[in-house]
Write a protein that binds this ligand. Structure first.
Ligand code: NAD
Length: 542
């Protein structure tokens, strides 16, 4: 009789499978003899093979499919590959390729991943959530798919975002895959094209709205508190009014945050801190202009305002440093029908265009969060270069096809003087014989570390002070050598070290604010905390 009748199942269990890397002893132990080629190999060789296979594909979307198929076959190999080749693979599993993957989600669908909630689940969420096989969920990313990157309403196709983001929580911060739960709140879609697509996998009805929508979210959040009481909930890619409504409803009640609002804000604040090390400006002297007045932009402004207030300014003085422009020009008090979240930033000025506002306000920093390609025109960027010796331009909209301007344009139109960051990765830029490596203002610098810190100390809330600490920590990791090349974020290859440092800063804040529910480690020094958090980090190597 076979010693281990589950041998074949081991190969088909992504968590256990090591494929050709099972050792001779393991082959005996698990009853794998004959089920594998004879030559036992190593994870290092498997990574080489996986890379070779992936690189052979002609399109990034094929690489995306390949990588997630690998995750379904051999989870540890997938994560080790991701950790070792984060620069190459992040643009595939996350922006920009994930945008295309979401658009085509129903067409490239292979096997279900993550958890789907629909309005029909109202009243029995507890029973349904218990279907999830893991019992110690710590990190939940939930979207309703209504504002996927800058691509709009993609309905249930938006599931690619929580899946991709949680892969980055694991690769970037070592949050164990078993503790991660991607959730799609499928409340329908107003995207007619999707509803007409016979392959579409979501609910083919207009979106649920109003009280019924909020009751469904409420039941979900409440059930999570019952079943997974230590879980952090990250709201992701909700349309601005819902994004703010959910954040404001839950931020003081449960452990949650909105990455588009708060994570982006911390990433941008870190970039601003770094940029002034190049430009020589003092932080309290900054004038910052935003193009786009959605939740991403006002989230940044809210955090920058706090940071300004921490330098000794009052609220009003800080708000005067932050100007907003949208497709109707400067956001001024006389404008009607402005959303509530932008009201604190309206200016007592006459109506004026974007260019007129730049001439009047003379910002040193311009931040784009419009979702609209080409909105930083040549005129705008040349004007920024006329006003500033080293203009800082953040063109943050994702994916690349929606960016406000390209890196090449920013360098060309400023005679190479720009301090530039984009939302999606940029190609290297050559300008007058010099090559620049533009930085990516990627939330992935922030959210994995925030999640890890929150989980490590079991904080009951995630506060703005934690995001301020995360921003300062990230900025501190930028070395003078990076700044000399005009790069304002540290290398992505260092993501694990960055996430660990941010996790420590977040946990420290949680202990300081009496929000941590887990006793502090015996050694409360910085290195003691760091050591205890590092021990929690998932290591997929074998
Ligand atoms: P949103 O739709 O709520 O906001 C978009 C804003 O842009 C609105 O105020 C709208 O009026 C304005 N706008 C639209 N067209 C414009 C134009 N032609 N000129 C000027 N303003 C215009 O969306 P959001 O949630 O605030 O996100 C905006 C963008 O930010 C998205 O494209 C998203 O990809 C990007 N974003 C990037 C990151 C990152 O990490 N890089 C993070 C979050 C959001």
């Amino acid at each position: 009789m076979k010693k281990n009748p589950c041998g074949f199942n081991v190969l088909h269990n992504a968590k256990l499978n090591k494929g050709s890397a099972f050792s001779e002893a393991e082959r005996d132990q698990y009853g794998l003899r004959g089920l594998l080629p004879a030559g036992a190999t190593t994870q290092v060789i498997q990574i080489q093979r996986a890379l070779e296979n992936m690189r052979r594909k002609a399109y990034d979307i094929e690489r995306y499919i390949f990588l997630f198929a690998l995750q379904g076959r051999n989870e540890r190999l997938f994560y080790q590959l991701l950790i070792e080749h984060i620069n190459e693979l992040m643009p595939i599993i996350y922006t920009p390729t994930v945008g295309l993957a979401c658009q085509q989600f129903a067409h490239i669908f292979r096997e279900p991943r993550g958890f789907y909630i629909t309005p029909d689940d109202r009243g029995r969420m507890h029973e349904i959530l218990c279907n999830w096989p893991e019992k110690d969920v710590r990190m939940i990313v939930i979207t309703d798919g209504q504002r996927i990157l800058g691509l709009g309403d993609l309905g249930a196709n938006g599931m690619g975002i929580p899946i991709g983001k949680l892969a980055l929580y694991t690769a970037g911060a070592g949050i164990h895959p078993e503790q991660c739960l991607p959730v799609m709140l499928d409340v329908g879609t107003n995207n007619q094209e999707l509803r007409d697509d016979p392959l579409y996998l979501g609910i083919k009805k207009p979106r649920l709205t109003g009280a019924a929508y909020h009751e469904l979210v409420e039941e979900f959040v409440g059930t999570v508190q019952d079943i997974f009481p230590k879980a952090v909930i990250q709201f992701e890619d909700f349309l601005t009014p819902n994004a703010y409504a959910l954040l404001n409803t839950y931020r003081d009640r449960v452990c949650c945050f909105n990455d588009d609002i708060q994570g982006t804000a911390a990433m941008v604040l870190a970039g601003i801190y770094s940029s002034i090390r190049i430009s020589g400006h003092k932080f309290p002297d900054l004038r910052i202009m935003f193009l786009g007045a959605g939740s991403a932009a006002t989230g940044m402004a809210d955090l920058i305002q706090r940071a300004l207030c921490n330098t000794g300014m009052n609220n009003d003085e800080a708000v005067q440093r932050l100007w907003f422009v949208d497709e109707n020009g400067l956001v001024v008090k006389s404008r009607k029908e402005l959303a509530e979240h932008i009201l604190p930033y309206t200016k007592d000025q006459p109506a004026m265009s974007f260019v007129e506002a730049i001439k009047l306000f003379k910002p040193q920093i311009l931040i784009g969060a419009t979702g609209v390609q080409g909105t930083f025109t040549e005129e705008v960027i040349r004007l920024m270069a006329e006003i500033n010796e080293r203009p800082a331009i953040f063109a943050l909209s994702n994916p690349s096809s929606h960016t406000e301007c390209t890196a090449q344009q920013a360098y060309d139109w400023t005679d190479g003087r720009v301090i530039f960051a984009s939302g999606s990765p940029s190609e290297d830029v050559s300008f007058q014989g010099k090559t620049f490596h533009p930085g990516q203002g990627n939330n992935a610098y922030i959210f994995p570390g925030v999640g890890l810190g929150a989980i490590a100390c079991e904080t009951s809330r995630i506060t703005e002070e934690m995001f301020l600490a995360a921003a300062a920590t990230l900025a501190n990791m930028v070395q003078p050598a990076h700044l000399e090349q005009g790069v304002i974020y540290p290398p992505l290859e260092d993501i694990r070290a960055i996430s660990l440092a941010i996790a420590c800063a977040v946990a420290e804040k949680a202990y300081e604010q009496n929000l941590a529910q887990k006793p502090a480690p015996k050694d409360v020094s910085k290195s003691g905390l760091q050591e205890s958090i590092a021990k929690l980090m998932y290591d997929p190597s074998y």
